[in-house]
Design a protein around this ligand. Structure first.
Ligand code: NAP
Length: 282
């Protein structure tokens, strides 16, 4: 490391559980770059000042995790379209004038994962059923609309939250209560679970896939376990499935490229490294 070492970090509170240093560290080593990626805890009391004075941090850029994605976006002079739509930024950098810029790459991570593991998945757009209406669902709905999906059904335990997303994203989206799921599955080209259901330690996702066409793609953004019950059930009846780990890895790609000048790849070695760190069996 030298005085010219380019430094980036995961910022948020807390940051000790984040896998981002592992991912960026793997890419820095693989490409032999003079860079460093660390952890910078930013308490809620200091978050406003930290992001407003980001240039003084000594970092050339950062990722942002909970609970500061909105505060970070508000501190940016420039936001990409996704961050504007989300009102939240997870990737920051300083432009040539020193102004803070922000992007939201969660949706791109979702797309990058499907592009890699199910090439052609979006060739004809179509109808998606999205389970959940939280932060991840917002990013995924944005991503699906950006790829030309003509109908995105948002099914959530709390209908009002799904309705907020429908109001934000407009006529191609429709909010539903959970009891409408059976009927909606019959129309789906893509089924996405964005709820925490099915994650180790959480309640199971109870779903009857009978009405789902066998041609539909099924993906789950929960990645602990890697093969959730939803994915197992879908694979057993012949649907193509994609697990959620790649979303986590692909959302890191744009930041690394911007900070360190190389577009990194999400390869098997990286997947295995992160799975081992999570204690998950592939
Ligand atoms: P969030 O904003 O807190 O939203 C949670 C969603 O799950 C809401 O729709 C919530 O429904 C639903 N939910 C939670 N418990 C439920 C239950 N018992 N029954 C029915 N619905 C329930 O969280 P998020 O940021 O969107 O993240 C959601 C999940 O995605 C988490 O497991 C997270 O780890 C994972 N994730 C993965 C990636 C990745 O890279 N693979 C990225 C982001 C997030 P209500 O609105 O009714 O509460």
């Amino acid at each position: 490391m030298s005085a010219s070492t380019r430094k980036a970090a995961i910022t948020g509170f807390p940051v000790d559980q984040s896998r981002s240093p592992l991912v960026h560290g793997y890419w820095l080593k693989k490409h032999g770059l003079d860079g460093e990626y660390g952890r910078v805890p930013v308490t809620p009391e200091t978050a406003n000042a930290f992001y407003k004075n980001f240039a003084a941090s000594g970092l050339i850029g950062a990722n942002v995790t909970v609970p500061h994605k909105e505060v970070a976006a508000a501190a940016c002079a420039h936001l990409d379209d996704a961050a504007k739509a989300m009102g939240a930024a997870n990737t920051l950098w300083l432009d040539e004038t020193g102004a803070l810029c922000g992007a939201n790459t969660d949706g791109l991570g979702f797309l990058g994962n499907l592009d890699q593991l199910a090439p052609g998945w979006d060739a004809s757009g179509g109808t998606a059923v999205v389970l959940g209406a939280g932060g991840a669902a917002r990013a995924i709905i944005w991503a699906l609309l950006s790829r030309g999906f003509t109908a995105v059904h948002i099914v959530n335990r709390t209908f009002e939250k799904a309705k907020v997303l429908q109001d934000q994203f407009g006529s191609k989206t429709k909010a539903h209560a959970w009891d409408k799921l059976g009927t909606l599955l019959g129309e789906a080209d893509l089924l996405v679970n964005t709820t925490a259901l099915g994650m180790t330690g959480k309640a199971p996702l109870e779903i009857d896939l009978d009405p789902l066409p066998k041609s539909a793609l099924v993906t789950d953004i929960v990645y602990v376990p890697l093969e959730t019950d939803l994915l197992k059930q879908a694979a057993e009846r012949g649907n193509k499935t994609v697990d959620g780990l790649g979303m986590l890895l692909h959302q890191a790609v744009p930041g690394f490229e911007r900070w360190f000048g190389v577009r990194p790849e999400v390869d098997k070695e990286l997947r295995d490294l992160v799975l081992a760190d999570l204690g998950v069996t592939p």
